[in-house]
Design a protein around this ligand. Structure first.
Ligand code: PHE
Length: 357
């Protein structure tokens, strides 16, 4: 019995982890462990022998059990000490300066114009940036041979070898969302569709990706006068002034008839862009009465319904409103520029609170 005691207490003292300890427990005091086997031998002893051996075996069992739990506690303490040592943290160190992101002027302008058009009864519709050739061109009365396709500097998607279908395009304008909205909701419609568009073009007022907001109103009694009123109301609300000078120029788009482009009076003195003064004009949008063929392509009867549409350059609106002279900087991701022109994250624009505070 002394041998057993020395053997197991020695093993327990040596054990380095809990699973070793558990193996020792099973071998020593488990149901089929060595102490249990010795207990079974009690039956073969004389009563006198049993009176000595029985209590001694029980005492041995108790001693091994308490050595096991003491060692178990010691191992847990050591593990905790090790964790405390490696996960040590100096809470007296100064904190890092708080860096907060800001809202990009394009996002800010989009929120602002969405709030304005919402007041005018327009809801927001969306379409994919990778668009079918049909939605981007054919359905908008721009057939394959039409010069507008070349003028748009279109980016075409890769087409698998042997695939003869027309390739998808990066949408060159938000006008395909006119078609998608008509397909989806039928008439009447009053939607705006803000989003990114793509053209291979690059200078101070052009970038290969930029943003437009399409507007579409379809009903039974819509005229060019409604279009003009909506655009004037929008521009006044967006620039938060009553005297913005607009110039409606007769123009041509395959998907509208008649068509008009709208410019805003501005000045570019000394690299400073200012709205409402000077001798320059910046084109901000194209518009017109939706062509009957386009209404038909959207699945609506052009004999019953007509409507107006417009496409406004959001980035250009932002340039004019916030006096940002170069469009290319919008997409450089220069943190200093973003901190200077960005907006506070919690100022959501709405018409009663003021658009930009
Ligand atoms: N899609 C035209 C463009 O990108 C703008 C436009 C939209 C013109 C709707 C008329 C009507 O230039």
């Amino acid at each position: 019995m002394d041998d057993l005691k020395a053997k197991y207490l020695g093993q327990i003292a040596e054990a380095g982890d809990e699973s070793t300890l558990e193996a020792i427990r099973v071998a020593a005091v488990g149901k089929k462990g060595e102490v249990a086997l010795k207990m079974r031998e009690l039956g073969k002893m004389t009563p006198e022998e049993r009176q000595v051996a029985g209590p001694a075996l029980n005492a041995l069992k108790d001693e091994i059990n308490s050595a096991l739990s003491a060692k178990k506690a010691a191992l847990a303490d050591a593990a905790l000490d090790e964790r405390l040592r490696t996960e040590w943290l100096d809470v007296t160190l100064p904190t890092r300066a708080r860096r907060q992101g800001s809202i990009h002027p394009v996002s800010q302008a989009t929120e602002e114009l969405t709030a304005i058009f919402a007041e005018l009864g327009f809801s927001v519709a969306e379409g994919p940036r990778i668009e079918t050739d049909w939605h981007n061109f054919d359905a908008l009365n721009i057939p394959g041979h039409h010069p507008a396709r070349a003028e748009m500097d279109t980016f075409y998607m890769h087409r698998a070898e042997g695939d003869n279908r027309p390739p998808h395009v990066l949408r060159t304008h938000t006008s395909p969302v006119q078609i998608r909205s008509m397909e989806l909701q039928g008439a009447p419609i009053r939607v705006i569709c803000p989003g990114g568009v793509y053209r291979a073009d690059y200078d101070q007022t052009h970038t290969p990706m930029f943003h437009q907001v399409e507007g579409l109103a379809i009903d039974k009694d819509i005229s060019m006068a409604n279009l003009k009123w909506v655009l004037e109301e929008f521009v006044k609300a967006f620039f938060e002034v009553d005297d913005v000078e607009l110039r409606f120029r007769a123009s041509h788009f395959p998907f509208t008839e008649p068509s008009a482009e709208v410019d805003i009076r501005c000045s570019w003195d000394n690299g400073q862009l200012k709205i409402g003064e000077g001798d320059d004009w910046m084109e901000i949008l194209g518009s017109g009465m939706v062509h009957p063929k386009v209404i038909a392509a959207g699945g609506i009867d052009p004999e019953v319904y007509q409507g107006f549409a417009f496409g406004i350059g959001i980035d250009r609106l932002a340039m004019l409103k916030y006096g940002i002279p170069d469009l290319r900087a919008f997409f450089d991701s220069d943190l200093r520029w973003l901190r200077h022109y960005g907006f506070a994250a919690l100022d959501m624009p709405n018409l009663h609170g003021g658009l930009s505070r």
